[in-house]
Design a protein around this ligand. Structure first.
Ligand code: COI
Length: 370
């Protein structure tokens, strides 16, 4: 087994234990789950974590049985969209012990999103310490089947009961867990269109804000009617520079180079899987370029026969092969059965996340057994 050190300090852990009330279920629902047929996002583990921000501090933190929240119809989040979230995955190591993949990176991004949306940041004892205690309580819910994981969904919503437009004073922080299978179970088709946009410099594209997804629903519905799985978003000025797909960052393998849009415009999410894949691709000996990538460059490479692979990366979708990419009159079809780079990335990532390969970058966070 690979040795994994918890990065959490004893002080933070003790603070979590002191501040988070444990109200565990007497009757687990785990018997209702068919771990051999998991789909994404439909079933939830026994427990959830909730906490309230009262305008000054986080309080009432509790791990309790998964249940509905009681929210006023005048709740500010529903009206004005102060809502952010994260997606994180937990896996079992080779000894069957649960580990979370890179939770500190998601924690940092969560607080970046909070700041951009005028929301309070969440302290480490609550986000990391709370997640540690929560997964400890739901450790049996972490699947060990290939391609499966426990998908953790931390989120924060405004909690003021006020319909005037202003930043809420109060907030709710919640973490729910969902035993999940693959997000996509086959290669996907992407559309690059020149009508709708997802993000603009100066906007909220880099934040994991609920509204970023809400705004994409209608254009994606239109694309789905034409047979596509997602839209590959481009900039809104020229409709040329690649941004990201519906739920993923994007990579193209051209010759011996991997290229992916850079983060400098603030229009795409700083994906944790994206960052991991960049490191893995470099380990594999590819030259990785994070820079502006135009759709025309991709089309030109395809015409020249040097476009080998296109794939998306994300926590939920892991690495998703693109088998078709349409832009104007160009229909780029790729043979995903020949994706040797993507296949090796998936294998290496999977091996690290499940403790089969050495975790040289200390990405895994081992759950404390209380
Ligand atoms: C994730 O990959 O975790 C996401 O949050 C994307 C999507 C499921 C909304």
């Amino acid at each position: 087994m690979m040795a994994v050190e918890n990065p959490i300090t004893k002080t933070v852990q003790e603070e979590a234990l002191r501040k988070i009330k444990l109200n565990l279920t007497k009757e687990s629902r785990i018997g209702e789950i068919d771990f051999n047929n998991l789909v994404f996002g439909k079933k939830y583990a026994d427990h959830m974590l909730v906490a309230d921000f009262d305008g000054h501090e986080w309080k009432n933190a509790e791990i309790l049985p998964f249940q509905h929240l009681s929210v006023s119809p005048s709740n500010a989040a529903w009206h004005y969209g102060q809502a952010i979230f994260e997606g994180i995955k937990a896996y079992k190591d080779q000894d069957g012990e649960p580990m979370i993949f890179r939770p500190y990176d998601n924690y940092a991004r969560f607080n970046t999103s909070a700041e951009r949306m005028g929301m309070p940041t969440v302290p480490e004892w609550l986000f990391i310490g709370g997640m540690d205690l929560l997964i400890n309580a739901d450790r049996d819910w972490v699947p060990s089947n290939k391609g499966c994981s426990l998908y953790l969904r931390p989120f924060m919503i405004a909690a003021d009961e006020f319909i005037g437009v202003k930043p809420s004073d109060t907030y709710k922080f919640v973490i729910i867990n969902s035993p999940a299978g693959p997000y996509f179970n086959k290669p996907i088709k992407l559309l690059v269109q020149d009508k709708y946009i997802r993000a603009f410099p100066g906007g909220v594209g880099y934040a994991k804000a609920a509204g970023n997804y809400g705004g994409t629903m209608y254009p994606t519905m239109q694309a789905k009617k034409q047979g596509y799985d997602q839209i590959l978003w481009v900039d809104g000025l020229e409709f040329k520079q690649l941004q990201e797909c519906g739920t993923m960052n994007v990579f193209a393998i051209i010759g011996n180079k991997a290229i992916t849009p850079d983060l400098t415009q603030g229009t795409i999410l700083a994906g944790v899987t994206r960052a991991s894949v960049i490191d893995i691709l470099s380990d594999m000996g590819l030259t990785v370029e994070e820079r502006p990538v135009s759709i025309e460059e991709v089309v030109t490479a395809w015409k020249a026969g040097t476009l080998r692979e296109v794939f998306g990366t994300g926590t939920a979708s892991s690495v998703a092969y693109v088998e078709q990419l349409d832009y104007k009159e160009h229909q780029i079809k790729l043979d995903t059965t020949k994706y040797s780079v993507g296949a090796e990335v998936i294998e290496r990532l999977d091996a690290i996340r499940t403790g089969r390969a050495e975790d040289t970058r200390n990405w895994n966070y081992k759950i404390t057994r209380l």
